[in-house]
Design a protein around this ligand. Structure first.
Ligand SMILES: *[C@@H]1O[C@H](CO)[C@@H](O)[C@H](O)[C@H]1NC(C)=O
Ligand SMILES: *[C@@H]1O[C@H](CO)[C@@H](O)[C@H](O)[C@H]1NC(C)=O
Ligand SMILES: *[C@@H]1O[C@H](CO)[C@@H](O)[C@H](O)[C@H]1NC(C)=O
Ligand SMILES: *[C@@H]1O[C@H](CO)[C@@H](O)[C@H](O)[C@H]1NC(C)=O
Ligand SMILES: *[C@@H]1O[C@H](CO)[C@@H](O)[C@H](O)[C@H]1NC(C)=O
Ligand SMILES: *[C@@H]1O[C@H](CO)[C@@H](O)[C@H](O)[C@H]1NC(C)=O
Ligand SMILES: *[C@@H]1O[C@H](CO)[C@@H](O)[C@H](O)[C@H]1NC(C)=O
Length: 732
């Protein structure tokens, strides 16, 4: 949903930055992360209480200040601590990291955790009465399910939504928050139904995009872990949701949220949670973020699946017809009928002078700028893309606004609206000024075939991977543009937050929407192959993806990774790249983590064989990324091991012959070439074929400046609070 709130959000994050920068000595919620959960019959809560009591000097305060005790899936706690107390915890040997309780943002607030299951869809919660979540035909939850349903405020579970919890560590509820797993915002319902909604015929957004709505894996059950509120999605709550979801027995975790900051793996609650999920055999699917080519990618840990957003073959258009017969095509969702022409006025000619000393410049039509006596009953031409509130407040009947720089996804508005290219706005303005009685109409919106699809949408975050250059991110792309899915009927149906209409299905865009497509596909692969590890499922989705057209995507693999998911092929990939926990540990050693930290994280006696930083060329990843220092020769040797999950007698041309299913074969890939300078990306792919299966792994080579070759890793335990300022962000 990200971009839907684009404009208001810019304001919000600005405010958040201002507020958070006020330094304070009070106790604030922090998370003390201590790695793997303790083995044996130990009460983690009393362990956490006594740790806290030691630092605070009082058992009573420890009880009062402890917010969460994590111990079902990993070890840690959240408590209100002063800076001095935080420093004392950071010095403790048993502490891996200390995180401030900053706010992450929804890439859409849903998380889906599947049990092929159970997908868990957290964030803003869910609207359980939606037809997409009817449990008709579903039997009782599987025996392995250990979750619960928090039923406050009328929330109900059924045999489709089998679990629901909510978390609010700051205990702050604002107008619009419902203290239950119920979704007042729409995102949670949208992402949950995209991953696992059942088939619903005749779904539409006020008649637009009408058809069968169906989630990625309609037979999957859903568990909801709501961590997002009006204020944002707090780190302590994200970790609490992972702690529960993993132990509850979900199969796939879908997380459409993230931070736009570059965080080390064990400073990032989603990377921490998905690491422990991986240890328990659960794949986490994440949004890549909505920061486009200029911002960084989110959720780049190698043990999770990072999903970019691409278009589908449908786009929304709305036409403007002027009194002189000129017509213009806009890209936006317009579900209204105007039935005739109306007077047209430029916002700049309709300034609200009442109560203002200095006349406003009103051409942007911001709320309060327009004079209702001039605008009432008219179509208003505005010069900024906004939520339409200014025109609504002034009683206008229609809105014309310029497109954002990119115009490759559609917003919907509270009034008949058309979003035109800048040059068309100028033509409309010319007509408005030159005509004595300018009139216009906005025709009911339509859908058209998008012949360019699929292309990665402008806002989808692009690689590089900011922490490990030699691991390609994103991993795949999936549909995330103009997606119709279930909606909360009490949430605004357009970008205007005070739109009081009610809809059960809505069309929104974001990597929040692409993530649950991949999560649904992952649940399908898991259902078809119940014994598969998270890395096998991820590999299957990556190696069977169908190739995107590099000519339509400037950033190539940095936009789409291994390309576009193909769920049916993914269920039978032929070969998979299995990556074990030990291999990730080995990788972390080369990333600069030491043996003592890794033993905490794994809970076993893992050891780093070397203290040297190293390249990630031998992590058994289903793609290849080679970073070359600018001006140097291309040189890299990758080793990989594939497991045969296809025919027992498969022979992969020249190299790999397998005699049984489950057999593992290793190979190496040597990449050698001349010196290159300033090369953003050279790409190709390695294909394995057995006559039925095609296993495709992309290979990219690119240059970075010498200073970037090995990003300087200062692995401090304490995540810097100042780094986290204004981190609130919503992925669409
Ligand atoms: C609970 O549901 C009933 C019946 O649908 C409704 O009348 C009531 O207002 C709801 N209460 C809350 C707190 O949502
Ligand atoms: C246009 O006509 C339709 C169908 O009669 C009606 O539903 C709609 O409200 C009308 N629109 C306006 C702006 O009057
Ligand atoms: C015009 O400005 C006044 C004073 O700020 C405000 O109260 C009023 O709501 C504005 N009118 C509109 C239509 O926004
Ligand atoms: C360390 O070396 C041993 C023996 O060569 C090997 O079995 C083990 O997997 C290695 N551990 C790591 C973390 O590389
Ligand atoms: C391998 O086995 C499959 C299924 O048993 C068979 O269809 C195929 O022809 C065999 N391929 C080779 C190369 O022997
Ligand atoms: C990290 O930064 C320090 C200080 O700037 C520098 O001395 C060191 O060489 C850097 N390490 C790496 C691996 O770049
Ligand atoms: C391991 O690394 C952590 C920082 O991540 C550091 O605090 C700790 O002292 C290191 N331990 C050893 C034994 O070097």
């Amino acid at each position: 949903m990200a971009k839907q709130e684009l404009l208001p959000l810019l304001y919000l994050s600005f405010l958040a930055a201002l507020v958070l920068s006020c330094y304070s000595h009070e106790r604030k919620v922090h998370i003390i992360y201590m790695g793997e959960k303790p083995q044996g019959d130990i009460s983690v809560t009393s362990m956490h209480h006594s740790m806290l009591a030691r630092v605070l000097g009082s058992t009573a305060s420890a009880k009062e200040l402890l917010i969460y005790s994590y111990g079902r899936s990993f070890n840690g706690f959240a408590a209100k601590l002063s800076d001095e107390e935080v420093a004392r915890f950071s010095d403790m040997e048993e502490v891996v990291s200390v995180l401030p309780n900053s706010m992450h943002a929804k890439a859409s607030h849903n998380k889906i955790m599947g049990l092929h299951g159970i997908q868990s869809i957290p964030y803003t919660g869910i609207w359980p009465e939606s037809e997409s979540f009817s449990d008709e035909g579903f039997g009782p939850p599987p025996a392995k399910w250990k979750g619960t349903c928090q039923t406050e405020n009328n929330f109900t579970c059924n045999n489709k939504i089998i679990g629901a919890r909510y978390y609010n560590s700051e205990n702050q509820y604002y107008d619009g928050d419902i203290k239950s797993p119920r979704d007042s915002e729409g995102h949670g319902t949208h992402t949950a139904s995209t991953a696992a909604g059942r088939e619903v015929a005749g779904a539409s957004y006020y008649g637009l995009a009408e058809g069968l709505a169906r989630g990625g894996h309609p037979k999957a059950r859903i568990a909801v872990y709501k961590v997002c509120w009006v204020i944002g999605c707090a780190v302590a709550d994200i970790l609490a949701a992972f702690d529960d979801a993993i132990a509850d027995g979900v199969d796939i975790i879908s997380v459409s949220l993230g931070s736009s900051l570059t965080l080390q793996y064990f400073e990032d609650p989603i990377a921490i949670g998905s690491f422990h999920a991986m240890k328990s055999g659960i794949l986490t699917s994440n949004s890549a973020g909505n920061d486009g080519p200029l911002g960084g990618i989110s959720n780049y840990s190698p043990w999770s699946l990072t999903v970019a957003a691409s278009s589908i073959d449908r786009k929304f258009v709305s036409q403007l017809v002027l009194g002189n017969g000129q017509t213009f095509k806009g890209v936006n969702i317009n579900n209204f009928e105007l039935n005739g022409t109306y007077p047209l006025i430029w916002g700049g000619d309709a300034a609200n002078v009442s109560g203002h000393q200095i006349p406003l410049s009103s051409e942007s039509c911001f709320p309060g700028d327009l004079d209702s006596s001039k605008v009432k009953g008219k179509i208003v031409l505005c010069e900024s893309l906004w939520d339409g509130s200014g025109v609504v407040m002034a009683g206008g009947v229609g809105i014309i606004m310029p497109a954002w720089y990119f115009n490759d996804f559609a917003f919907s508005f509270p009034l008949p609206t058309t979003i035109l290219r800048r040059q068309d706005i100028d033509k409309v303005l010319e007509y408005t000024r030159s005509s004595k009685h300018p009139i216009a109409t906005i025709l009911p919106g339509e859908t058209q075939k998008d012949v360019m699809a699929p292309t990665v949408v402008s806002f989808s975050s692009r690689g590089l991977n900011p922490i490990t250059l030699d691991i390609l991110k994103p991993d795949v792309t999936a549909p995330g543009v103009d997606i119709l899915a279930a909606w909360s009927p009490i949430a605004p149906p357009s970008v205007y937050q005070h739109d009081t209409r009610s809809t059960h299905y809505n069309i929104i865009s974001g990597t929040s929407m692409s993530c649950p497509h991949a999560s649904g596909a992952a649940a399908y692969v898991k259902a078809t192959n119940p014994s598969w590890s998270p890395s096998a499922i991820k590999s299957a989705l990556m190696t069977t993806a169908y190739a995107m057209d590099p000519r339509k995507n400037d950033d190539k693999e940095f936009a789409y990774g291994s390309s576009h998911i193909n769920p049916v092929k993914a269920a039978d990939p032929g070969l998979v790249h299995e990556t074990s926990e030990e291999e990730y540990i080995n990788f972390l050693c080369k990333q600069g983590y030491n043996t003592s930290t890794l033993r905490l994280i794994t809970g076993d006696s893992s050891a780093c064989n070397s203290t040297e930083l190293g390249r990630a060329w031998d992590l058994n990843y289903p793609s290849f990324s080679l970073t070359i220092e600018d001006g140097h020769r291309i040189m890299g040797i990758f080793t990989r091991t594939v497991t045969n999950v296809g025919f027992p007698n498969s022979t992969q041309p020249t190299k790999l012959a397998s005699t049984s299913t489950g057999e593992k074969k290793s190979f190496s890939v040597r990449v050698d070439g001349p010196e290159i300078t300033m090369h953003p990306i050279i790409s190709g792919a390695i294909l394995w074929k057995d006559g039925v299966h095609v296993v495709r792994t992309p290979l990219v080579v690119y240059t970075v400046l010498p200073s970037e070759t090995f990003p300087n890793r200062s692995l401090s335990k304490r995540a810097q609070t100042s780094d986290l300022k204004g981190s609130s962000r919503i992925f669409g």
